[in-house]
Ligand binder design. Structure first.
Ligand SMILES: [Zn+2]
Ligand SMILES: [Zn+2]
Length: 428
């Protein structure tokens, strides 16, 4: 349940965010304005409860039909860090649909912490093919497969200047690279959840519909970043217009088509000096990286002042760069703003945009959905030879007998006892 007082007003969102970050165990962002409001609100007596903890506990709140929840599952840079994953935003819609927009390296740890059954995490939209935007496809693909996903994944992504620069090529070759993983899991579990369907669309398409199902309509616009191919997505649902921008430098398509949105996610990079001092980039690279093939704070602010969203979200900065990015944004934009960190969450309706922090466990486990995985495919050739099988050392296998007999009895698996075909098998 969500408390009535959870309407975080724009004016003190930053201070509340800073406090909540400490609650969530993350670092303080420093240099944020102090206000009288603290996360939790007033606690009226020593036995009282805080009216609003400014936190979201996954799996405890149903969405209203016309509501969207967006969770930042990765907001950082390409180089892996324990505290911050690369680009990933999970969109959850009031009609039950869930879609992942970018799936950067490290982000599956945050997605899995939400403890959503794997069968609901099958739709992935990729803005471009840098690893910090799709590097964790492997984790979702294999991890979901082993934790019960009964169906294939589906990926939407842009074409490229040539076929070998497009999403279809990337995913086909991803599956080739992971062929050993595929073949072994396909034999032991089921091949079905291991396939990936690709829906590749023209990266040059301007505001063309690439998805239109079940009340959700998604359009693509070109982005300008490193080479031809990158795009941003415009998502319409229940009268809301939401925008997910992948990597891009300031571009005319974004300014034109993201106008008057309810919720806009766009990258905002640290200053050139930050990339020299804190990111080990040579100065000649630092001022191009931040500001030629990405968008800096002042440029982000200029864009938002032009498109005037109900709420703007900046991401793609290391946490310690955020004060500098924010200062840059505030030179050119005064409107509603979140500086995204991993696990920040927004509930979006026509009436309000509420920002909070997700509180989720470090040691999440797989959660069952209603659908069971299909059984292994009959007649599929084994990826293991008799030479290797012949190396099984019976005494250790037989040492498990008591535990496995109990399991067989508990789940009525006696007629599927795999031990009976083994040369070392000794019945108790
Ligand atoms: Zn990129
Ligand atoms: Zn990136």
């Amino acid at each position: 349940m969500r408390f009535q007082t959870s309407k975080i007003q724009h004016g003190f969102r930053s201070a509340v965010a800073a406090a909540s970050l400490m609650l969530a165990g993350a670092m303080s962002l420093g240099s944020l304005p102090n206000t009288a409001h603290a996360a939790g609100g007033m606690v009226a007596d020593p036995a009282g409860v805080a009216p609003d903890r400014y936190v979201y506990y996954p799996g405890t709140e149903a969405l209203a039909k016309d509501e969207v929840r967006v969770i930042a599952c990765g907001t950082g840079m390409p180089d892996a860090r324990r505290a911050q994953a690369s680009a990933c935003f999970l969109f959850e819609f009031g009609n039950g649909e869930k879609m992942i927009f970018d799936l950067g390296t490290g982000s599956m740890r945050n997605i899995n912490a939400l403890m959503i059954p794997a069968e609901y995490l099958t739709k992935i939209f990729i803005s471009h093919l840098h690893t910090d935007h799709w590097g964790d496809l492997a984790s979702l693909w294999a991890g979901g497969w082993t934790s019960g996903r009964p169906v294939p994944l589906k990926v939407w992504g842009p074409s490229g200047m040539t076929p070998d620069m497009g999403t279809k090529y990337a995913v086909e070759h991803f599956l080739k690279a992971y062929n050993w993983d595929y073949q072994t899991r396909a034999f032991k579990i089921s091949p079905v959840p291991g396939s990936i369907e690709v829906e590749e669309f023209d990266y040059k398409a301007v505001n063309k519909i690439i998805y239109d199902t079940n009340g959700i309509r998604i359009r693509s616009i070109p982005a300008i970043h490193a080479g031809d191919g990158p795009v941003s997505f415009i998502i319409e649902y229940a009268g809301l217009k939401l925008v997910f921008g992948g990597d891009t430098s300031p571009n005319k398509w974004f300014v034109e088509h993201a106008k008057n949105s309810d919720f806009v996610v766009h990258e905002a990079f640290g200053t050139p000096e930050f990339f020299v001092k804190d990111y080990n980039q040579p100065p000649q690279l630092a001022w191009r990286a931040c500001c030629e093939f990405h968008t800096s704070g002042p440029a982000f602010g200029k864009i938002m002042s032009e498109i005037k969203p109900r709420h703007a979200v900046a991401y793609h900065s290391m946490e310690e760069a955020i004060p500098g990015v924010r200062a840059g944004i505030r030179e050119t934009y005064e409107g509603p703003l979140s500086m995204a960190v991993d696990n920040m969450v927004w509930n979006i309706t026509k009436d309000q945009v509420v920002e909070r922090m997700t509180v989720s466990p470090d040691r999440a486990s797989g959660v069952p959905g209603p659908t069971r995985q299909p059984p292994p495919e009959r007649g599929r050739p084994s990826p293991m030879s008799n030479f290797i099988k012949g190396g099984e050392w019976g005494p250790a296998f037989n040492a498990q007998s008591e535990m496995l007999d109990e399991h067989a009895k508990k789940y009525s698996l006696q007629d599927q006892d795999w031990r009976k075909q083994k040369p070392w098998y000794q019945s108790q």
